[in-house]
Design a protein around this ligand. Sequence first.
Ligand code: PLP
Length: 480
Amino acid sequence: MDVEEFRVRGKEMVDYICQYMSNLGNYRVTPDIEPGYLKKLLPKEAPEEPEEWDNIMEDMDKKIMPGITHWQHPRFHAYFPSGNSYPSILADMMSDAIGCIGFSWAASPACTELETIVMDWLGKAIGLPDDFITSKEESKGGGVIQTSASECVLVTMLAARNQAIQYLKRDHPSTVDSEFLPQLICYCSKEAHSCVEKAAKILLVQIKILDTDENGSLRGETLRDVMEKDKANGLFPFFVSAILGSTSSCSFDNLEEIGPVCREQACTWLHVDAAYAGNAFICPELKYYLKGVEYIDSFNTNPNKWLLTSFDCSCLWVKNRYRLTSALVVDPLYLQHANSDEAIDYRHWGIPLSRRFRSLKLWFVIRKYGLSGLQKYIRNHINLAKHFESLVRKDKRFEVVNDVQLGLVCFRLVAPDIVNQSLLATINASGKLHMIPSMVKEKYIIRFCVTAENATQEDIEHAWRVITEHTSELLSRKSI
Ligand code: PLP
């Protein structure tokens, strides 16, 4: 494809995207296909000869689109939002065109410097302490964009593991690092995302998954009791991952209590996973969720969930970047450059060497919406979730199971789990709405999350009509 063809096809692609976005509401939310459907439609071998663009686009339309789950659909209420917006799409297009691999400052200076600046903007907007902001005087901290929240948790746990081993080594300098591993133990609550358990698995450390209180919150006393017992058994608590806005029910750990417990320990890193909820802290009235933030060592949130920025854009801030990089630095000659001493090289802040120009889309989004526009978007979702909650509460066949604070409502029929399972299965099979289940307080619940950028009250009421129609149908069948 030469530049002239790209000019034409690029404009056609933008038209195609506009058409798709405008008509999204007319599709089924989930595809009506069986596993393996695409194998029957596409050739087994890659084409030997170049193909016509029109033929590729025709297949896109007829073969790929029918297998798409439409995450941007106004009736998509599953998981958490998949951040997206026109400025983000356009910025990603530019990032792809520039095609730089910004692993070091020298590899593309603007790519590194914009990331530092935008992470400072967002860190300040969220309300992180000055220690986390690169440009603040005396700060040793800073922010970096990772691919996913799972990666943020993994690299912080890795840094914490390194810090703990260095600490233990002071009394046992000749012991090899791996011999300390059996002593190391980390903690999270039952509400934490499974990525914490996965990180512990990768890093060969023990993990304890702790009970929460009745609101799904990990409390200081629970953590302290378990840590004391573990220490008495010769273990070394090295890392705690607290959750602000859990995946199942959007519950919040008690940072104000957990923080001092971590501080009482010899060397325990406190991380906060706020993958979804952290974005909302840009609203002044929601900053109280950060109470206790002065105790934390690192914090992650995903603008690619709830800040209109397309995947991947998972933001991680650390209070001391040297404690992160000292676990990750490997420095071959071919990656060094003349400005290594004063410039940031993000290759030392994470696992991959190669990095996309991800800050560009966040920069476009923050500038195009302004913080006020982003706050308005978050508040709209919260108001709509509250509206949905009020509709559920008015119908005595249902109960609301979580404390609805942000954009997620967990609800269920007051009936055995199996009935709720049938209800969700029939609604999802209809293709009219998409939601997913979870377990909250030992009960099977249905999660309803507000996800679409421009979601309206009418969308929420429409969703509730679909739910109640299926409920009446199901219950009448059951009583026959
Ligand atoms: N943490 C929380 C609270 C989440 O809700 C999720 C996913 O929804 C994750 C971590 C994992 O996110 P990622 O897919 O970016 O690894």
